[in-house]
Design a protein around this ligand. Sequence first.
Ligand code: BGP
Length: 480
Amino acid sequence: MAFPKSFYWGGATAANQYEGGWNLDGKGESVCDHMRGGNVSTPRQMDEQLDPNALYPSHVATDFYHHYEEDIALFAEMGWNMFRMSINWTRLFPTGEEAEPLAAGVEFYDKVFACCKKHGIEPLVTLSHYETPYALVEKYNAWADRKLIDCFFTYAKFCLDRWHGTVRYWLTFNEVNTGFMDLGCVLSSSLIQGFTGTMAEVHRTPNERLNALHHQFLAGAKIVKYAHEHYPELMMGNMTAFMGSYPLTCDPADVLQNETEMREWSWYASDVQVRGHYPQYAKRYWRENDVQIDLAEGDEELLAAGKVDMFTFSYYMSSTATTHDDGEMMQGNMAMGGKNPYLKASDWGWQIDPIGLRIALNQIADRYDNIPMFVVENGFGAFDEVVVEDGVERVHDPYRTDYLRAHVEQMGEAIEDGVNLLGYTWWGGIDLVSAGTGEYAKRYGFIYVDYHDDGSGDGHRVRKDSFYDYQKIIAEARGE
Ligand code: BGP
């Protein structure tokens, strides 16, 4: 295999889906703490007021808060040398506006990073992974307001000042590009002040969406600039949900449609974050969609001064684009775009396309002068079954290993193509709550966690077959 010795292998998580302990030790409420669970056909519901009788999956999630030592030891056993996690903004700054962080929160992450170090695992930390303080939604409608830039900067600056010696790799906003669409207006830009209803009911104008994004670009650039000035050894990255797509036919109109969708869904955000300015096609989009960007004095300079050092992205599936009305749309949570007759899909309608990952890596390398890259999310959500054999609990999940192997193979090809890929963190690694549906049943982990959608389960961990498969793949790649 083509992987260099220095390659990072690991898994990725997010506090809102993994950590739990939602109100312990002074932690404040995040956006996700107000979201109920759903499933593939029932969208998640957002409650302005929490209902004491409802289940909110982020409240316990899969309880990393109380299991971090056990879990990190299991990660090390698989051979990981990287663990992507997010810091829960509200564990440090409960309402997002305190001047000083909560000591208990600081102590928790101190312990987590020390534990990673003990196991030789490099943390890769997302500063904001769908965890905007709910108090900032109530007060400012979150990223609609420029004020959030300062709130975020106070929080992010604290994190860098405290942990720059321990954490080298940092990401600003998870899947920030989803804010271009209604899809990202709940979890990512959180334009949901006073809103109760399902995720599918949130519709914001292009002007609202793109201004919220503008504020996130500025906040990201501000912390990247601060890192470059104070801690030049850090690697600061964007994080894009890469929505790979193909023209459904060779009709030039389909090719153009595909190009347009790729720009809007995937490239718009990273073009700003990597190049430090808005792309040439933005102005026409703004004009034709009634968008007036709140460009204040100094904004353009800040974007130019806060260019990221690495490109990181999630990749799960690909779709198609067409202008013909006979194209069938993909079904399922967070799945956008058209179906591809050459691809199979998961139970949630996500089309499986390993070659698409190689294409994505090459497209990013071509576009951004072979910038260092990480695939920070890629994975297969599936229903798993625990069976007891000779008194031992097991999960046989060859479908997950198949998906993993096929994608690892294509990353190897991309490295052969010359792509500057530094690492891979599989989404989950350990079971956690789904972001799109809020389910436990959509499992991604190599480690099973005994929690269920009806609130039952004791949280004990079980190594799935894929645990040993990933262990083997990593060892093989390292030539061990
Ligand atoms: C990405 C998110 C993750 C994660 C993943 C899988 O969009 O960054 O937080 O959850 O997708 O999606 P889902 O959980 O909906 O299956």
